[in-house]
Design a protein around this ligand. Structure first.
Ligand code: DX5
Ligand code: ZN
Length: 222
């Protein structure tokens, strides 16, 4: 069975103790740290930018996965380029020139992702662009806040995207973000999801339980 990556979303972590929050995950396998960058425009909320990501990058023992929820991804693509971020995802809805943005991210980062809001149809991404991507992030809540309810239509979108991936023989990962917990993780991975982002579900407990929370999202131990 393929490995499922779990991406704890630091939006739900204790911001006063980010270093120790990260350290709890260092002994675990197949973890990415998911970093939500919000600008107060594309989404109403604000989070963090380069200064905090730079500090996290210095101590992280797992790949960093940056999710840009901003109206001007070009600025962040430039300003974060030297921080050894593994995957950089931007929202398809935020730009006009998709080829050039994807190509720029590919030049500067090991992995490029594109994200779709819950109401954005997967058909908006043409085949030739899907073939160039390393990751497609399907939002399963309206972006901007942690702790929201999972939108069940995501199951259908995952199925349709997995079908297109098979037809194209494309290699992108499917990532789902928002309201992920042990009641939907198995249904998602069964349909082709490779990478699950989870904030509240993992961090809404004591650190000694993070590991069991992470493992409860992976299908092998079910
Ligand atoms: C929402 C963010 C998510 C968020 C997920 O806009 O993109 O990454 O942190 O949080 P939960 O898992 O609490 O829905
Ligand atoms: Zn996110």
């Amino acid at each position: 069975m393929k490995k499922i990556i779990i991406s704890p979303s630091l939006l739900a972590a204790d911001f006063l103790n980010l270093q120790s929050e990260l350290e709890h995950f260092f002994p675990m396998k197949d973890i990415w740290f998911h970093l939500d960058v919000m600008d107060g425009h594309f989404v109403p909320n604000l989070t963090f930018g380069r200064p905090i990501i730079e500090k996290l990058a210095k101590i992280s023992k797992h790949p960093l996965d940056v999710h840009l929820m901003v109206t001007n991804p070009a600025f962040y693509i430039d300003t974060l380029q030297d921080l050894h971020i593994h995957n950089l995802t931007f929202h398809y809805e935020t730009i006009h020139h998709h080829d050039s943005t994807i190509n720029k991210v590919k030049r500067l980062y090991p992995s490029v992702g594109v994200s779709l809001n819950p109401s954005t149809n997967i058909d908006i991404i043409p085949d030739y662009l899907l073939e160039q991507l390393d990751l497609v992030l399907l939002m399963s809540v309206n972006p901007g806040f942690g702790g929201q309810k999972f939108i069940a239509n995501t199951y259908r979108k995952v199925e349709a995207l997995d079908l297109r991936r098979k037809q194209l023989k494309a290699t992108f990962q499917i990532q789902v973000d928002g309201g992920v917990d042990d009641s939907n993780a198995n249904e998602l991975t069964k349909r082709g999801v490779d990478n699950l982002v989870a904030g509240t579900y993992i961090f809404g407990t004591f650190p000694q339980h993070y590991s069991e929370k992470v493992e409860s999202l992976r299908p092998l131990l079910k």
